[in-house]
Write a protein that binds this ligand. Structure first.
Ligand SMILES: Nc1ncnc2c1ncn2[C@@H]1O[C@H](COP(=O)(O)OP(=O)(O)OP(=O)(O)O)[C@@H](O)[C@H]1O
Ligand SMILES: [Mg+2]
Ligand SMILES: [Mg+2]
Length: 507
């Protein structure tokens, strides 16, 4: 990790403090700091999960007819990672928790069958899905309403200590490839936390850059943008780049550094001791700081690369004068104005017979979004895959709608048919096992987009009868109604107050 050499050294600390104070106030106003109740709720979920996996593993040991002393001695544990593990989760974040089990508890039978059944039998647990064919296979479910991603790693020992050190070679010997991949998130988090000079500054910077990325529509690995892990490594990189940093200098430096970065030079937090073989993958390679030249998986395409770079540059232009009097951080976090930026949009309308089928179907289609994006790029050139999910409430069937901006001013609307045909082939060629829903692609004009009216929660008319559309409500966020410009008094959506971000999804 490079140290020192930041361009913002030498600024007056008192001035800098002022701009950091206003940035911290903005974080509070935006609800970026979790409440004590929220923290407690997540702690309770993790403690309950720990108890469940211990009971599970003792059950499995008993079924395998292990001697009683081994049944008594065996143990499994849960290690949080992802944004929760870094201490930067938002109200919409999931809990990423790695389940680590002993040598006799297999992923295929014991984890995906008996642990899944145990989870299903709990009244706190709902929407259990086994995602077996992902790079990191996992069980995804809601526990007390909070989304949990639970992958599994199997170590060649009888008992996993509760706070097992995943960097200790003793525990890593002879492990299978899937377990190795599943461990990489926990290992990466541990390395990041060891590398950053100030944990508090790193966490605050990461919260700020995630808010920025969500507001500007560049957050979410599935839509071809930056996921939580990418943002965490970029933020950690900036923290190590500047000594005597303040929060505002770090945020300004974040944009300075990445607006000028010579991609595809990889961002590397921790140099490996042995040389890399082959070129780093993708347009924006970001190395995981857990050894052996592993990179973050990335779905970045030509289009999303272009958009991310444009936003880095905008961020730099808006923050370079952060020490000037009357500087405000507000513009940096403005919602991206899709309707003013593009003339045409690809409308992706997904529907299914009921909400549960819809959620499976949308999950599957989203996992293939990269392919859809490439096909749209082939036909229409640059495309901006806005991650915001809308719901058409005038359509009977449960549905989710996306609007992706197209950069061309004049287009052949009917070309979308070939994109739909090709994408359907791709969807049908995969391993989706749920009931297949519907997907309709069309091209619409900016004027046909759902209108994001101004926030007017205090003039709600009693005559509100019909909701035209709404932004899909997210997990645990407070919503206030948004009113239409054209139909005064009609609620057209809900703006999230605590965390008004687009629904970015990671891997
Ligand atoms: N594309 C990826 N490449 C490598 N590891 C990934 C990738 N996506 C997710 N992971 C691993 O899974 C963890 C959790 O991912 P997730 O998408 O939940 O992001 P997050 O950092 O927790 O942000 P959020 O607050 O949005 O949940 C990451 O910290 C990382 O370790
Ligand atoms: Mg997460
Ligand atoms: Mg996750």
């Amino acid at each position: 990790m490079k140290k020192g050499g930041g361009r913002n050294k030498g600024f007056s600390p008192s001035m800098e403090d002022e701009s950091s104070i206003s940035l911290r106030q903005l974080m509070v106003n935006e609800g970026l700091i979790p409440t004590l109740e929220d923290e407690e709720k997540r702690r309770v979920v993790l403690n309950k999960l720990r108890k469940i996996v211990v009971r599970w593993v003792k059950n499995v040991a008993w079924q395998r007819r292990l001697p009683q002393n081994q049944i008594d001695a065996t143990n499994a544990t849960i290690l949080p990672y992802g944004s929760y593990g870094l201490g930067v989760y938002g109200s919409e974040s999931d809990i990423d928790a790695l389940c680590i089990g002993p040598f006799f508890a297999s992923i295929a039978e014991d984890f995906f069958i008996s642990l899944r059944d145990m989870l299903k039998s709990r009244r706190e647990v709902s929407e259990v899905h086994c995602v077996k064919d992902a790079k990191v296979p996992l069980i995804r479910f809601k526990f007390d309403g909070i989304l949990v991603d639970l992958p599994y790693a199997q170590l060649r020992v009888l008992s996993i200590p509760d706070n097992v050190d995943v960097l200790n070679p003793f525990f890593l010997r002879d492990i299978d490839e899937t377990s190795w991949k599943s461990l990489s998130g926990v290992r990466a988090n541990k390395c990041i936390l060891q590398l950053v000079p100030s944990l508090e500054l790193f966490q605050s910077l990461l919260r700020c850059v995630k808010l920025w990325a969500k507001r500007r529509g560049v957050y979410g690995n599935l839509n071809g943008f930056l996921g939580g892990v990418h943002m965490a490594i970029l933020a950690a990189f900036v923290c190590g780049y500047e000594s005597n940093a303040t929060l505002s200098s770090l945020l300004a430096n974040f944009f300075y550094i990445f607006a000028h970065w010579q991609w595809p030079t990889p961002v590397v937090l921790l140099e490996d001791t042995y040389p890399a073989t082959g070129a780093p993958p993708g347009l924006m390679p970001i190395q995981l700081p857990c050894g052996s030249h592993q990179y973050c998986n990335s779905n970045i395409t030509r289009s999303t690369f272009y958009k991310i770079m444009a936003e880095f540059l905008r961020g730099h232009n808006l923050t370079k004068d952060y020490l000037k009097p009357n500087f405000s951080w507000k513009n940096l976090f403005e919602l991206y104005p899709y309707a003013n930026s593009y003339t045409w949009f690809t409308k992706i309308h997904l529907s299914a017979a009921n909400q549960e089928d819809l959620s499976d179907w949308v999950g599957w289609v989203k996992s293939r979004f990269r392919c859809l994006l490439s096909k749209i790029e082939e036909v229409y050139g640059i495309c901006d895959p806005n991650p915001t999910e809308y719901v058409e409430t005038y359509t009977k069937q449960p549905n989710i709608v996306f609007y992706w901006g197209l950069q061309l001013r004049t287009i052949n609307v009917s070309d979308i048919e070939s994109v739909e045909t090709e994408f359907l082939k791709n969807l049908n060629s995969g391993s989706f096992q749920g009931p297949v829903g519907r997907i309709q692609l069309s091209v619409v004009k900016a004027s046909q987009l759902p209108k994001n009216g101004e926030c007017a929660s205090n003039n709600r008319s009693k005559k509100v009868t019909k909701t035209c559309w709404r932004i899909r409500e997210n997990k645990q966020c407070n919503n206030v109604p948004v009113y239409s410009h054209h139909l005064p008094g009609y609620v057209v959506g809900y703006q999230k107050m605590a965390n008004r971000e687009a629904d970015g999804m990671g891997g």
